[in-house]
Design a protein around this ligand. Structure first.
Ligand code: ADP
Length: 267
């Protein structure tokens, strides 16, 4: 296991500090034309990992943030009226299949059910994308890779990936990095010294321990980076902590008060 942040990547490759062998796994899945599923809490580095790998492998990356209104046609494409003519316009998935590259569907469980129907023939050895509307059946080139992510932590049983979909992917589990590594990342991303970042990470870890009790989700690495950036830009510690590590987590006055108390005890 090596620390990439001590050995900075080329400037055009987004920095990513691996937790284990996920870079090698990604690369092998890519070589073998296998689709990849990234599981883990929000803000723990999944998107950064995909952009890092896409840049490293020199592949175009198309990222789609899925939401509950996102339907298959938003990914495949649709006929649109253009200057009186009806023309077919490829969606991001179709474009990636035609041209090659990575299509990354972030929070795929949020999307409508018909999305799974489109993904199934693309995620087995057929690697095809049938476009009913145009009558085409596109074969994915070797340079196409599908990557999806989801957060299994959300307490919503309806929003989980069906086994029939899940079992089509090579899966990697993500979690927050160990303390020292997270300090290093937050410091490097924000510019704040490791010494100043350390108590913030300690607080985040304590808040994460409340997940499932008073909080639905703990403080993400993303929020820690926000907090450290605000402090680095001159905001007071108290204001930065409150606006990034407390307010985004809860709307309940009692929980908020408890979090403030905890933060004052740690920082
Ligand atoms: P996710 O996609 O899991 O919601 P992101 O990839 O957007 O999370 O991560 C949020 C932020 O946290 C990134 O923009 C980056 O600043 C930081 N980050 C998290 N993990 C890492 C990592 N392993 N290496 C570098 N930066 C990271």
């Amino acid at each position: 296991m090596n620390l990439m942040l001590t050995n900075p990547p080329a400037p055009d490759i987004p920095a990513y500090s691996p937790a284990g062998n996920e870079c090698a796994l990604f690369e092998t899945a890519w070589t073998r034309q296998l689709p990849l599923l990234l599981k883990g809490p929000t803000g723990c580095g999944k998107t950064r990992f995909v952009s890092h790998m896409a840049a490293k492998l020199g592949l175009p990356l198309s990222t789609v943030s899925c939401h509950d209104d996102l339907a298959a046609a938003d990914l495949t494409g649709r006929y649109l009226l253009k200057g009186g003519d009806t023309v077919w316009v490829d969606g991001p998935l179709t474009r990636a299949v035609r041209d090659g590259g990575i299509c990354y569907l972030d929070e795929v469980v949020e999307a409508r059910k018909d999305v799974a129907v489109v993904l199934h023939p693309l995620t087995d050895d057929r690697r095809i994308l049938p476009l009913e509307r145009t009558g085409e059946q596109l074969e994915a080139p070797p340079a196409f890779m599908l990557v999806v992510s989801y957060n299994p932590g959300y307490q919503n049983l309806l929003k989980t990936l069906k086994p029939s979909t899940r079992q089509r992917f090579v899966a990697i589990e993500f979690d927050f990095l160990p303390k020292d590594r997270e300090i290093e990342i937050v410091s490097s991303e924000s510019g704040l010294s490791a010494g100043e970042v350390a108590p913030l990470v300690e607080l985040a870890r304590r808040l994460r321990a409340l997940k499932g009790h008073d909080l639905e989700e703990g403080v993400s690495t993303r929020l820690l980076v926000y907090c450290a950036s605000l402090i680095d830009a001159g905001l007071s510690l108290r204001d930065a902590v409150r606006s990034t590590m407390i307010e985004p987590l809860t709307d309940e006055p009692e929980v908020r008060a408890a979090l403030i108390e905890l933060s004052q005890a740690v920082i």
